[in-house]
Ligand binder design. Structure first.
Ligand code: GTP
Length: 482
C-alpha cells in the first residue's frame, strides 16, 4: 500500500473537517443576535443600568461600590454573550433605582418581578432567574404538602411583599403575623411564636446559613408562588430590549445553577473559618477549657453536618415536587428555556403535552385527600415509565402534569400522550377506582414563549374535557392527527 496517498488523504480529511467544523462553532456564538442587532451593539456606547443596592444574595453593592450577587453575575454573562458594555448608575436605595429608571438616568433595571405598574415604562426580558418561595418551619414540624390543609396556623411574613398579597388571597384561614424584616419572621418561627414563614428559596438559604437559624428547615413549597426575576428595559429602546433578551436566553440551566451555588456556598466557608479561629486558641488553656473546646468541636461537626443536609435538601427542594418526586414547575420552566434554545439552533421540532386527571375532586371528596395523594403518585409513576429518557416530565401543579418532548412534532407527541392516557385508563389503581386523564398537545413554534405554547395546549386540553374526557386532543389546526 502506498503511504504517501494515505497521508495526503488524511490531510485532506483534516482540512475538510477544519473547513466544515470551525465555521459552525464560530457561527454559533454569532447566532445569539441578528446582523442588525450586532450592528446596533457595535455602534452602541456604554449602557447605564440601575440595581438594588441591598438585596443579597440576589444583588447588592460591596464595600468598593461594585455590583455583586447572583443577578449581577448573570447580567454580566448575558452582556458578555451579546457584546454589550455596561456601567452601573449607583443609587442609595431600590426606590431611588426605580425613580432613576423612570427619569431615564439609566436604561434598564437589572433584576425585578414584572408587575402591571412597572410595565407602564419597562419592557421585560425572559426570566434571568427563577426562584421558588418555600415554606419554612421548625425542625419538629411535619412536611407541608399544601397550605390548604391548615386552619388557624400562624404564618409570619414581611409586610407589603407580593407573598403577603398572594397568601391573603389564597389562604384566608391562615393567621398572618406581619413583620418589618425577613429576620424577624425567622425569629418568630424559631421562638415558637409563629408556626411557619414563606420566603424565597435563595434568600432563605442565604439567611438561614448566614444567621445560623439551625432549628429551622424547609418543609415544602407552594407550587404557584414563583419569583420570575427579569431585566426591565425602558420602552424607548426596543432594540436594547431584544439584545438583552437574547443574552438572557443564551444562559443555560447549568450555568445558572453554577452561579447560584457560588453565591449560596460562600457563606458556608465563612462559618467554618470563624469556628476554626475560635477553636485553636482554646487548645492552649486548662483541662476544663479543653473539655469546653471538645464540646465546641462536636458542635462544629453537628453544625457542618446540618449544613450539608440543608444543602442537599435545598438542591432537591429547588427542583423536585415533594409529593410525586417529579420535576417541579420551576424546573420545568428552566427545562423549557434550555430545550427551546436547543431546538431553535438545531431546527428540530419540539412539543408539549398538558395532562389533567379527570374528576379528581370526586376522588378527594369520596375517598379523602390521602387517597387523592396516592393517586397522584401512581399517575406520576405510570407517566414516568412511559416517557423516553430524553423527555422532561413534571408536575405543573394540583392534578396537572406536563411532558416536554425533544425532537417530536405534534404527531409523535400525540402518539406518546395517547399511550400514557391508555396506560393510566387500563391501570388497576390501589384504591380500587377508575382513573382517567385528558391531555392537550401543542407543537412549539420558533421564538415562542412557554406561556404562548401553554395557551394552545390548554385550549386543546379544554376541548378534550368538553368532548367527554379520557382522551388526548391536538391543538387547533391538527384535529385530524393520529
Ligand atoms: N389530594 C390532593 N388533592 C389536590 C392536590 N392539589 C390539588 N388537589 C385537588 O384537585 C382538585 C381539582 O379539582 P378541579 O380543578 O375541580 O378538577 P377536577 O375535579 O379534576 O375536574 P376536571 O378537571 O374538570 O375533570 C381540587 O379538589 C384540589 O383540592 C394535592 O396535592 N393532593
Amino acid at each position: 500500500m502506498n503511504l504517501v496517498p494515505g497521508i495526503s488523504s488524511g490531510l485532506i480529511t483534516l482540512i475538510f473537517i477544519g473547513l466544515f467544523w470551525v465555521p459552525p462553532l464560530w457561527a454559533q456564538d454569532r447566532a445569539w443576535l441578528s446582523p442588525e442587532q450586532w450592528d446596533y451593539v457595535a455602534s452602541r456606547g456604554v449602557v447605564r443600568y440601575c440595581a438594588d443596592p441591598d438585596w443579597a444574595p440576589f444583588e447588592y453593592m460591596d464595600a468598593a461600590g461594585e455590583h455583586q450577587g447572583i443577578g449581577a453575575d448573570l447580567l454580566r454573562l448575558a452582556a458578555e454573550r451579546v457584546g454589550l458594555t455596561l456601567q452601573l448608575h449607583p443609587t442609595p436605595t431600590w426606590e431611588a433605582s426605580l425613580a432613576a429608571s423612570r427619569r431615564g438616568d439609566c436604561e434598564f433595571l437589572s433584576l425585578l418581578n414584572r408587575t402591571p405598574a412597572r410595565e407602564a415604562w419597562l419592557h421585560f426580558t425572559e426570566p434571568l432567574l427563577i426562584d421558588e418561595n418555600v415554606i419554612i418551619t421548625r425542625e419538629d414540624h411535619p412536611y407541608v404538602v399544601s397550605l390548604d390543609r391548615f386552619d388557624g396556623e400562624r404564618l409570619a411574613i414581611p409586610a407589603g411583599t407580593a407573598v403577603e398579597e398572594w397568601v391573603r388571597r389564597d389562604f384566608p384561614r391562615l393567621q398572618l403575623i406581619l413583620t418589618q424584616t425577613e429576620n424577624e419572621a425567622f425569629q418568630l418561627v424559631s421562638d415558637r411564636r409563629a408556626d411557619m414563614t414563606i420566603r424565597s428559596l435563595i434568600v432563605a438559604a442565604h439567611t438561614i446559613r448566614k444567621d445560623g437559624w439551625f432549628n429551622l428547615r424547609i418543609s415544602g413549597m407552594q407550587a404557584d408562588y414563583v419569583n420570575l426575576l427579569r431585566i426591565g428595559v425602558r420602552r424607548d429602546d426596543p432594540m436594547l430590549h431584544a439584545v438583552l433578551d437574547a443574552g438572557v436566553r443564551s444562559i443555560s440551566h447549568s450555568e445558572r445553577e453554577a452561579i447560584i451555588n457560588r453565591h449560596v456556598n460562600v457563606v458556608r466557608h465563612e462559618v467554618e473559618v470563624i469556628e476554626k479561629s475560635i477553636f485553636w486558641p482554646l487548645l492552649g488553656v486548662l483541662w476544663v477549657v479543653l473539655l469546653t473546646s471538645g464540646f465546641w468541636i462536636l458542635r462544629q461537626r453537628a453544625l457542618n453536618r446540618r449544613l450539608s443536609q440543608l444543602n442537599l435538601l435545598l438542591e432537591k427542594a429547588a427542583t423536585t415536587d415533594p409529593l410525586t418526586g417529579l420535576n417541579n414547575r420551576a424546573r420545568l420552566m428552566l427545562c423549557f428555556e434550555e430545550d427551546s434554545l436547543r431546538a431553535q439552533r438545531s431546527g428540530c421540532p419540539y412539543s408539549l403535552a398538558l395532562f389533567d386527571i379527570d374528576h379528581f375532586k370526586r376522588i378527594n371528596d369520596t375517598c379523602g385527600h390521602v387517597v387523592g395523594d396516592q393517586v397522584l403518585r401512581e399517575v406520576a409513576a405510570l407517566m414516568a415509565r412511559n416517557g423516553r429518557g430524553s423527555d422532561r416530565l413534571g408536575r405543573w401543579g394540583g392534578e396537572e402534569f406536563m411532558l416536554l418532548f425533544h425532537d417530536s412534532d405534534i404527531q409523535s407527541a400525540m402518539e406518546a400522550a395517547e399511550r400514557i392516557r391508555a396506560d393510566v385508563a387500563a391501570h388497576a389503581f390501589s384504591h380500587g377506582g377508575e382513573v382517567t386523564l385528558s391531555a392537550g398537545v401543542a407543537q412549539w413554534q420558533p421564538g415562542e414563549s412557554l406561556v404562548r405554547l401553554m395557551e394552545r395546549a390548554d385550549k386543546a386540553l379544554y376541548r378534550a374535557k368538553q368532548e367527554g374526557r379520557n382522551r388526548a386532543c391536538p391543538e387547533q389546526g391538527h384535529e385530524s392527527g393520529p
